[in-house]
Design a protein around this ligand. Sequence first.
Ligand code: ATP
Ligand code: MG
Length: 438
Amino acid sequence: MSRQIRSIRGMHDILPEQSGAWQWLEARVRDTLAAYGYQEIRLPILEQTELFARSIGEVTDIVEKEMYTFEDRNGDSLTLRPEGTAGCVRAGVEHGLLHNQQQRLWYAGPMFRHERPQKGRYRQFHQVGVEAFGLEGPDIDAELILVTARLWRRLGLDNLRLEINSLGSPEARASYRQLLVDYLSGHAEALDEEARQRLHTNPLRILDSKNPALREIIAGAPSLLDHLDQASREHFQQLQALLRAAGVEFTVNPRLVRGLDYYCRTVFEWITEDLGAQGTVCAGGRYDGLVAQLGGRPTPAAGFAMGVERLLSLLETRGGLPGLHPPHVYLVMAAEGALETGVQLAEALRDALPGLRLQMHCGGGGFKAQLRRADRSGADWALILGESELAAGGVGLKPLRQAGEQETLQRDALVARLARCLEISPSPHDAKESPVCP
Ligand code: ATP
Ligand code: MG
């Protein structure tokens, strides 16, 4: 036998027993975003490497060490997208969606980062990203946060807390940056290797360090919030007033900075204590400079991304995630000529009952063996075409999960019965009678 080939480390298959939970979550995300007028945009997974270098920033973890970059057969440098905002802005500029317009967009799909795999941190993971363009006020920042808060409610999650901060204007940030460098240089001996490197390339990122040894130094650092420009201060205050008015609880965390360079003004994170170290399930903020940085006209923008795997593990700690979707009915056929009748019956039932999950037995075999498969399929009912049913021109209906006798029904009665039992409305074209629900 040849050697078995395995999946790539940190990249996971989503198995049938898990995909029901994914679909359940995705449906709620879709509905929630539709409720606020957001439209889906679908973007390529591969982009030119330069797109990420220019948007995310050269001195970030992602661009320095996490990207999957390779040369394609033309010698072009391509990168598997590590996040979605850059591609979304690229597409918006390319198709003229942004200039002098307002856009509310969302996308979902796999992202790729070469990180150390651990629980809640993978090399292929999935994000839902939401971006709003052409709006500079705090109203849209508040709306984005309200979208997330509503989604948590719809998912039944009440163990997430919201932290917000403002990074101010690029100018205010630049002068704060100098203050921070002065302060941290005074503690250079206590910094770790990574922080020492960041000191002159991206000192704000030191505030985001996960090293507990730096906690005290970071706590003593000058606060960005004390150095905001006036307009950003007002923007931030209005955002807080809107959140209060909408009843969204939050805390202001003056140390909250985001890993990517492109943020300004509002940043926020939704954090849980129930997932250990990987507790941020959703993060975002405002990035007014990015569109121009990627060649578009200056366009204010704000957005967020949530980690789908982290949300699913959080939901799992709550229990009650849907699993497999077993068939409603399993069709057993054991008689001369039953297969022809069965194939035709199965198609007719699927026509008559949209939403019906009917699994037809394939592969032959005796009646007993087929019934065992019906049972194992998880179906609630077996439909049976045996000698006597064929002779009577009917179909047997046998409950598999509850007590009850097998009955033989004519086709119309079967449609009505299944519709009632499974709470499916028959399609108007095929139904001969409307079922009366008990
Ligand atoms: P972290 O600080 O956990 O590395 P990040 O700041 O790099 O997160 P973002 O780029 O803001 O993350 O991505 C938004 C969200 O995507 C995160 O809050 C998280 O839920 C999820 N996420 C990011 N990286 C990963 C990963 N490697 N595996 C799984 N989920 C991830
Ligand atoms: Mg990261």
